[in-house]
Write a protein that binds this ligand. Structure first.
Ligand code: ATP
Length: 321
C-alpha cells in the first residue's frame, strides 16, 4: 500500500475532523501518500479527490463538522456508481480507503470490497452510538454533553415557572443519547425506542414526585414510537393542571467543538485504521472496547445490537424519586 484516501460519509459528527487529521498524519508518518475525498461516496463517484499533507489538517482537531464535507450518495448505491468510483480511485492510484461514518457507510463499503476488492477500514463516526464493535462512537460524547448543557438550561426555566418539559433528543432508533443525558440531568423519565413506553408507570412516578418537585423533565428519544409532541399531548390529557412545554433540540446536537474524549477516540482510531490497513486488514471497523482498539467486521458492526444496558434504565427510575 502506497496511497490511501479518507472520506467522511452519512451524518456529520463532532470529532470527524480529528479522525481525518489522525488518518492523514498517521499515513504520512508511515510513508504513505494520503488523499481526501470530498462529500463522502459522492466525491468518489465524481472523482472529487485532493491530495492532503500534514499542514492541510492543521488547526482542525478542535472543529466540529468535517472539512472534507459529507453527503448521501444515491449513485454509490448502484453498481454503476460504484464502478465509476473504482475507476476514479484507480486513476488516482489509490490502494486503500478509510471511511468515517455509520451503518450505511459500512454497508456501502462492504459492497465495494466485495465487487472490487479494495481494502477499506471504517471508523465509527456518528453521534448516535448505534454501532456494535465499539463502546462509543466518535461524536457521541460531544452530543450528549451538548444535550446536557441544553437540558440544564431548560431546567432553570422549568424550575422558575413550575413547568414540565418534554425534551426530544436525537439518536434515530437508538435511545443511547436519551438515556445518558437523562441520567446526568436528573430527568424524571426517559422514553427510548428500545423499551415499551409504560405510561402508567410514568404517570405514577409523576404523581409521586408532584409534591416535592416544581419542575419535571421528560426526555424522549426521537426514534421513540411517539415523538415529543405526542408524549406532551398525552401528559396534558392525564395531568391537565401541568404547564407542559415541548422542546425539540434538533441539529445543535450534531455540531460544536468535539470534547476531549471524542478527540482522543478519533485520534486513536485514525492511527489504528492506517496501521490496520498496513497490516493487511480490510472490511473491518476500528473501535474501542474496554479501552483497547479492536477490529470488528462491517457485518457485525452494523448489526443493530441493543447497547442499552438495563442498569442504565434502572438508574433513572431509582434516582428520580
Ligand atoms: P449516519 O449514521 O450518520 O446516518 P450513515 O453512514 O448510516 O451515517 P447513510 O446516509 O445511511 O449514513 O449512508 C451513507 C452513504 O453510504 C449513503 O449515502 C450511500 O452512498 C452509502 N450507502 C448506504 N447504504 C448503502 C447500500 N445499501 N449500498 C451501497 N451504498 C450504501
Amino acid at each position: 500500500i502506497k496511497n490511501i484516501a479518507v472520506l467522511t460519509s452519512g451524518g456529520d459528527a463532532p470529532g470527524m475532523n480529528a479522525a481525518i487529521r489522525a488518518v492523514v498524519r498517521a499515513g504520512i508518518y508511515h510513508g504513505l501518500n494520503v488523499f481526501g475525498v470530498k462529500r463522502g461516496y459522492d466525491g468518489l463517484v465524481k472523482g472529487d479527490i485532493v491530495p492532503m499533507d500534514a499542514k492541510s489538517v492543521a488547526n482542525i482537531i478542535q472543529r466540529g463538522g468535517t472539512i472534507l464535507k459529507t453527503a448521501r450518495s444515491e449513485e454509490f448505491k448502484t453498481y454503476e456508481g460504484r464502478k465509476q468510483a473504482y475507476e476514479n480511485i484507480k486513476r488516482f492510484g489509490i490502494d486503500a480507503l478509510v471511511v468515517i461514518g455509520g451503518d450505511g457507510t459500512f454497508t456501502g463499503a462492504s459492497k465495494f470490497i466485495e465487487e472490487f476488492d479494495v481494502p477499506i477500514i471504517g471508523l465509527p463516526g456518528t453521534i448516535d452510538n448505534d454501532l456494535a464493535g465499539t463502546d462509543f462512537t466518535i461524536g457521541y460524547d460531544t452530543a450528549i454533553n451538548t444535550v446536557v448543557d441544553a437540558v440544564d438550561k431548560i431546567r432553570d426555566t422549568a424550575e422558575s415557572h413550575d413547568r414540565l418539559f418534554v425534551i426530544e433528543v436525537m439518536g434515530r432508533d437508538s435511545g443511547l443519547i436519551a438515556i445518558r443525558s437523562g441520567i446526568s440531568t436528573g430527568a424524571e423519565a426517559v422514553l427510548i425506542p428500545e423499551l415499551e413506553v409504560d405510561y402508567n408507570a410514568i404517570m405514577k412516578r409523576l404523581d409521586q414526585t408532584r409534591k416535592n418537585k416544581s419542575s419535571r423533565i421528560i426526555i424522549v428519544a426521537e426514534g421513540d414510537d411517539e415523538g415529543g409532541l405526542v408524549v406532551a399531548d398525552k401528559i396534558k390529557e392525564n395531568f391537565p393542571h401541568y404547564d407542559v412545554r415541548v422542546s425539540i433540540l434538533g441539529h445543535i446536537q450534531r455540531g460544536g467543538k468535539p470534547t476531549c474524549m471524542d478527540r482522543v477516540l478519533a485520534s486513536r482510531l485514525g492511527v489504528a485504521a492506517v496501521e490496520g490497513l498496513l497490516a493487511g486488514r480490510k472490511g473491518e471497523m476500528a473501535g474501542l472496547i474496554c479501552g483497547d482498539v479492536q477490529f470488528t467486521p462491517f457485518g457485525k458492526a452494523i448489526k443493530h445490537i441493543d447497547k442499552i444496558n438495563t442498569n442504565l434504565t434502572r438508574i433513572v427510575e431509582i434516582l428520580s424519586l
